[in-house]
Write a new protein. Structure first.
Length: 344
């Protein structure tokens, strides 16, 4: 089972690296589309103008704000991209209306992070039927026909990465007490993170002894952490699913005066990474859930409309799905990840 997981993660990492390098300056052979077999072009070179509509939920969360900011910056790198960004909203009906406007305006592509994937599926299908390339980001649609390509983080992989790190730190301490502060329990992403964490811990004979759920906010994080700390007089390791709610979690830990355990964060915020680098707080690691997904969606939309492929792949079309890796950030490698981290 462990071997299969390693192979799976290696494949996901390969795709993530390929996507990051997809618009490199080195000319790559392209086939199909308008390129012609064997003709060498650089994906970054200006091509057909691409008008891209972008819609995402409200930026009321550090990670979500970073998604939109990164998309804008990525679009700004290309003279052949015109990006039209609508105001973020947590109202599915308003987001549907925004996509309808993009369809009526006949944009070339839509990069869409839906507040509710199921609710936005019909309008995404409508866009695809109208000949508009839809790139689905983070929260999947209900139909495979609603998007040309989907960019995803790895929620299950986050749990596996966090659990594996905890196992490595506690390998000489059997019977250690492991605690977990999840996000919103009704969400599949939270369920996937918890499942991966539990399965990774089981591999080294550990289990979650104390668990509470928060709501991805600073206030809920502080409240949930206070409750957990009161219920658990001793903890060896704590995994918090989300670094935004982790601001509140850290405050609760500080107020409690507790220092017997180490903490692993989730999502990969800059403030947590700075704490890891300084090594002056409970955070010793965080697991990344990439906030580059919107930017990757912009790249994929541009490539798809211009009939280009990912430069590091032999395939002449962009992938149907790209799942990004969930690496563990520690003091040893934090400098690599800090430049692309989001601010909580």
């Amino acid at each position: 089972m462990q071997h299969k997981r390693v192979v799976r993660f290696a494949a996901v990492l390969t795709l993530g690296v390929a996507l990051t390098a997809c618009t490199g300056n080195t000319p790559e052979p392209q086939g199909g589309g308008n390129q012609g077999g064997g003709v060498k072009v650089a994906n970054d070179e200006p091509g057909k103008k691409v008008v891209i509509g972008f819609s995402a939920p409200a930026a009321d969360h550090g990670w979500m704000a970073a998604i939109t900011d990164a998309a804008k910056k990525e679009a700004g790198k290309y003279s052949d991209v015109e990006l039209r960004v609508v105001e973020g909203t947590n109202d599915p009906n308003l987001q549907i209306s925004q996509v309808e406007t993009f369809i009526n305006d006949k944009v070339d592509a839509i990069v869409l992070l839906p507040f509710d994937g199921a609710a936005l599926t019909p309008v995404a299908l409508k866009a695809m039927k109208a000949g508009i390339t839809v790139i689905n980001v983070d929260r999947q649609f209900d139909s495979p026909f609603a998007a040309r390509s989907t960019v995803l983080g790895d929620n299950y992989g986050m749990g596996v990465s966090a659990g594996t790190y905890v196992c490595e730190r506690l390998k000489d301490k059997p019977g250690s007490v492991v605690a977990e502060i999840a996000g919103i329990d009704s969400l599949p992403l939270t369920q996937d993170r918890s499942k991966g964490f539990a399965e990774a811990l089981a591999g080294c004979g550990l289990k979650v002894s104390n668990r509470v759920a928060a709501e991805f906010t600073v206030e809920s994080g502080e409240r949930a952490a206070a409750n957990l700390l009161q219920a658990a007089p001793k903890i060896d390791a704590l995994w918090n699913h989300d670094d935004d709610q982790g601001v509140g979690v850290t405050a609760a830990i500080k107020n409690s005066g507790r220092s017997e355990f180490f903490m692993v964060g989730g999502a990969g915020s800059a403030n947590v990474m700075r704490e890891i680098k300084a090594d002056n707080g409970p955070h010793k690691a965080t697991v990344i859930y990439p906030s580059t997904q919107g930017a990757d969606g912009i790249r994929l939309a541009r490539l798809a409309v211009q009939n280009k492929s990912l430069g590091d792949l032999v395939e002449v079309e962009i992938p149907r799905q790209v799942q990004l890796y969930a690496p563990v950030v520690t003091k040893d490698n934090v400098d690599r990840y800090l430049p692309t981290a989001f601010e909580s």
